[in-house]
Write a new protein. Structure first.
Length: 138
């Protein structure tokens, strides 16, 4: 019984991204409200887990805003991102996807500069991917 509960609990934390799950109107409203106002990598990851399947249009632009502000203005939080991205490859892809052309080029350049000059050795793989997306977001 414990094993079944544990398996169910693990399944409940798996994001619904890419599983063909429809985004309900209430989920859409909740995602749109929070997507552009996320202040930590843990908050972005929680939102991704809940509403990643709603990632489109204005919601996607909100996620791009939160992701790139964290990368540009809170670079010191990179270790938290690296930990989450290592344990959840779909989250890593989600973060990189949101370093996109909707973000001001000045912010993308700041992100690339951080990734190039302030990247700890143990985070080099993620930094290389961030540089690539920041300099070529299409």
């Amino acid at each position: 019984m414990y094993r079944a509960c544990l398996q169910f609990g693990v399944l409940m934390t798996v994001p619904l991204v890419g599983l063909g799950v429809e985004c309900s109107k209430s989920q859409e409203l909740a995602a749109e409200t929070e997507a552009g106002a996320l202040k930590s990598w843990a908050a972005v990851h929680r939102s991704f887990a809940r509403y990643g399947h709603c990632d489109d249009g204005a919601i996607g632009e909100g996620y791009s805003e939160s992701v790139t502000i964290l990368l540009a203005d809170h670079w010191e939080a990179l270790p938290q991102l690296t930990t989450l991205a290592a344990s959840d490859p779909r989250f890593r892809a989600f973060v990189l996807k949101h370093v996109d052309e909707s973000v001001p080029s000045e912010r993308r350049e700041r992100i690339a500069n951080h990734a190039q000059s302030k990247c700890p050795q143990q985070h080099r793989d993620l930094c290389a991917a961030i540089i690539k997306r920041a300099r070529n977001p299409t």
